[in-house]
Design a protein around this ligand. Sequence first.
Ligand SMILES: Cc1ncc(C[n+]2csc(CCOP(=O)(O)OP(=O)(O)O)c2C)c(N)n1
Length: 838
Amino acid sequence: MLSLVTTPQDLDDRFRETLAALPAVARRRDPADPVSDDAPLTGAQVLDLFDAQVTSRQLDLAGRWLRSFGEGFYTIGSAGHEGNAAVAAALRPTDPALLHYRSGAFYCVRAAQAVAGPASTADPESPKSVPQGSVPPGSVSPDPAQPTERSTDPERLDDPERSTDPEPTDLQPTGAEPPIGGFAPYADAARDVLRGMVASSQEPIAGGRHKVFGRADLAIVPTTSTIASHLPRAVGMGLAVERLRRLDSAGRRTGAGARVGSGSAAPWPPDAIVVCSFGDASVNHASATAAFNTAGWYDHAGLRIPVLFVCEDNGLGISVRSPEGWVEATLRARPGIRYFSADGADPVRTYEVAAEAAAWVRRNRRPAVLHLRTVRLMGHAGADAESAYRAPAELTEDLERDPVVATARLLVDAGVATGEELLARYDETGWQVRRLAEEVLGEPKLASAADVVSALAPRRPVRVARAVADAAAQASGPGAGARAEAFGGKPPELAGPMTLAQSINAALADGMLDHPQMAVFGEDVAAKGGVYGVTKGLRDRFGAARVFDTLLDETSVLGLGLGAGLAGMLPVPEIQYLAYLHNAEDQLRGEAATMQFFSRGAFRNPMVVRVAGLAYQEGFGGHFHNDNSVAVLRDVPGLVVAVPARPDDAAPMLRTCLASAAVDGSVCVFVEPIALYHTRDLYADGDGEWMAGYPEPGAWVAGHVPIGRARVYRVGSADDLTIITFGNGVRMSLRAAAALAEEGVGTRVVDLRWLAPLPVADIIRESSATGRVLVVDETRRSGGVGEGVIAALVDAGYVGAARRVAAVDSFVPLGPAARQVLVSAEAITDGARTLLAR
Ligand SMILES: Cc1ncc(C[n+]2csc(CCOP(=O)(O)OP(=O)(O)O)c2C)c(N)n1
């Protein structure tokens, strides 16, 4: 008897031994009959689940095999979690799913459902209906010699005669034998997974960028390896699915959010529910608790969020045990989330409970959690020697609860198949999986950096410009009436000079008019209109469904955006202060920015995140309201980072971000300098030079600001010095330039406007024009924007003089002490003089 099962060989041996030792079948059961009295699954359907589970198991074994000779790059498997096959069978293939990394069997079932077509989508949740086709008919048809139309004919399922059939055919010898080899329906899924393991560029979702479970046609959204980080997104998807369902019935223009299911803004059916799975250790993660809390909070408030959380509880997070009873206790205690539980080693019960939970969520549009008890076989991953932290008895105990063996036992006990037959299926599947593995390991990998980044963040500036032009045409043409009404008869272009805050407010309103799927949300944005009044009036104009307050949790604010974008909306979440982005930034970095990368654009989460930030709020806040670092954003691949300094830039830049999100699925962060929100003057009190009129729609095309284009202010001759800056630095630099002009020094002040991607061409052109560059960077000397600007110059071979003026590497202190660390007008002038003296 084996005691230390940590290798594929051991697991395989054990499986064979156990199946060989199963008792002989006394009487055959017709596979078309329920597998046991009152079971909601037929024998054939359980056999299908078995085949899916075996395929998943064989994939795990193949993963280790590929690794053993250096051709496989991923060994985290699903062994012990194959009970999730029954969860997949209990859902609809159109229910969007965000899956745990142990979802091999779920994935197999979902892929087979999709192949099986409409006949396979009979609702598994309808009471007493045999869930025909939740496993595919092709794979349930037994021996052709034994016709079993009942198992494949959906019409027969609801046949009232059926319930009056003479009792029971159970365990009667029918002579029907299950077919040998039920791998075919799962072959595509197996190939997908193997391609992921070998990093093949032909892998269908990430194209060799990662091993993920995902496919747009299966409504499986890829998740990252950051445990639980997909849960806030799942809640956002639930909220959006429900909102879009309601908006649809109110007649909504189709949107440009997700690309899936083109032709409709919502890629999933209106009654879809969102399913997301994760491990037991993950329930403790801040992202998970945020998601549970948000789902519960909205439920408490009466908002509908149809999400089914599935916690696959194997009792361990790598080597750390979940304390006995903790997972159940914590999941049961979540207000607003209904608790269901099942043993993953019992496929029938798992199916039954999962169907009940899914039906409950679907019917009530409310969140629930399915606590699925599983085991973990073969350790956490290939390199994990679990015998170092688990006793042999514990390993043996897990083996006793091997879900694939449990399904085999059920099938043999029920007389659906013999142990020998099941072993033959196991071997056939194993052989087929190996064959596929050999086939895909020779497939090409991503072979150039260009290939790798091609999926990262598409940029189609011409289309974006066209979208802005379309918006202008709409606003001045057919949409003019609605626009006039939205602005209370007085469009913003007639309102006279505006501040930065007013200009953003007006541009948000125009955005709402142009993008019916756009929603503005965040802490305090609705009733109050934002702590600085930037979203004032939007809720009254556009309604609480499109402008709403969220709970106080930045992870959830961004998670709502991630899910809403994926579901076809155009989310514009607000982060109240830059300092508070940091506790949630993985939602941008790990989730938002990677979605197109890991799905080759099949899924996308367009979003414009507005963040009030940067320093110079005189007399208020210290560090937390004056955070002057954007380093954490600048290196996120593909992320667009915009910083408008002036009102006349803010509106077109926001329009560009919205258009880019809609057209290319871009994730944009729009950092709004708080200190400039209400600034009116530039050079002297009362000059009103920092205000600007709002352009009428007819001027939007001419005033379009493409991503990555700077703005240049020429002061005096503009020949002596180039100041490169952004945000608050623009105003300070313009003032310094004016002072220098009085001394005869000509300056060009370059407002970067975009911190990512940096306007490199503009930087180089304007720097070369004077040969003297002063970078005025209100972010910190270390990791600040200035480093990027200087590096861009060096890379381009710039040979002139250059200096930096930057903030001290410090947090911003309270009160006047802030001036000690921030860039000042004097420092700019001093820096300029030093450069000019060279
Ligand atoms: C946020 C985060 N921290 C740490 C890790 C490293 N890690 C990968 S899996 C794992 C354990 C997860 O356990 P559980 O959620 O129970 O899932 P299981 O692997 O047991 O199925 C850890 C700590 C990670 N992937 N993400």
